[in-house]
Ligand binder design. Structure first.
Ligand code: SAM
Length: 286
């Protein structure tokens, strides 16, 4: 890959995964503009949305739709063009393609056929949110979107609970309240942050323990795009009696006594026998 500006003559055949802005249209790299300017074809999740970006930068690429509803039908044709030497760029509506966006199967199959694949890196809401969150960045786990229904969501959260890393979630404004409630029930009051509308006019970052995060966000700001970051479990923290009771009560609604005690012991920093005794007390009829 040449280090100077790319021209139609110098762009090598292959599939280009081009990151695009997550809001501010100027957050695009020079290399991304070069590739989009000379690619033979741009595959866009939503062509109308991508045209706004192209117009803002004076680009007029040949562009066609490639999204979750037509990808299975279109993939073979795209792969054949690539095998014939085409230079094809893939963009999503925002951020880095394949990150909670289409493209994984295309890349897998292109790689399997020996087609060259190039990353044109740039914005992603994950790293933007993580870096402003004020939470540990040395290890993080990208959890993407949670299931929409509470039972499945809590189950997914249970599976993430003991990961010793910050957790990154994408969430929609319609589900944010329910998700924060479930996260608090499963994770307890871990430090957390919510980053909304990053790089846009109404960009706001909230930082608070999970159980308080929801109350900080005014009703008129429960809209737009948002990422939730949850800090890692604190191995040295000792929960107070009220936190232990709340977590145990919740865990006992869907787990056996033994697994509820194991789980809360792993989180609360107290001895297992104390948690066990408390769980027995809570199970006694009042
Ligand atoms: N591929 C994208 C990326 O690299 O970040 C993510 C696409 S995913 C379909 C869309 C989700 O990303 C949104 O629901 C939101 O959680 C997050 N997101 C995208 N843009 C954002 C922004 N400007 N501010 C906060 N979150 C954003």
């Amino acid at each position: 890959m040449p280090q100077g500006g790319i021209t139609s003559d110098t762009l090598a055949p292959g599939l280009y995964l081009v990151a695009t802005p997550i809001g501010n249209l100027r957050d695009i790299t020079l290399r991304a503009l070069d590739v989009l300017g000379v690619a033979d074809l741009v595959l866009a999740e939503d062509t109308r949305m991508s045209r706004r970006l192209f117009d803002a930068h004076g680009l007029r690429p040949k562009c066609t739709a490639y999204h979750e509803h037509n990808a299975d039908k279109r993939r073979e044709g795209v792969l054949r063009s690539l095998e014939e030497g085409a230079r094809i760029a893939l963009v999503s509506d925002a951020g880095t393609p394949l990150i909670s966006d289409p493209g994984y199967k295309l890349v897998r199959e292109a790689a399997g056929r020996g087609i060259d694949i190039f990353a044109i890196p740039g914005p992603s809401a994950t790293l933007a949110a993580l870096t402003v969150s004020g939470l540990p960045t040395d290890r993080f786990f990208f959890a993407g979107f949670l299931p929409p229904k509470s039972v499945a969501r809590k189950r997914a959260l249970e599976g993430l609970k003991t990961i010793p890393a910050s957790l990154v979630f994408y969430e929609s404004p319609t589900r944010i309240e329910a998700s924060l409630t479930d996260m608090t029930a499963v994770f307890g009051p871990r430090p957390a942050a919510l980053a909304r509308e990053l790089t846009k006019r109404f960009e706001t970052i909230y930082r608070a323990p999970l159980d308080q995060l929801g109350t900080l966000i005014p009703d008129n700001e429960r809209r737009g795009e948002m990422v939730v970051i949850v800090g890692p479990p604190d191995k040295d923290a000792h929960w107070d009696a009220e936190q232990v009771d709340r977590a145990l009560t919740e865990a006992l609604t869907h787990q056996s006594l033994k697994s509820a005690v194991d789980e809360i012991t792993g989180l609360c920093g107290l001895a297992r026998r104390d948690v066990y005794r408390r769980a027995l007390d809570l199970q006694k009829p009042s």
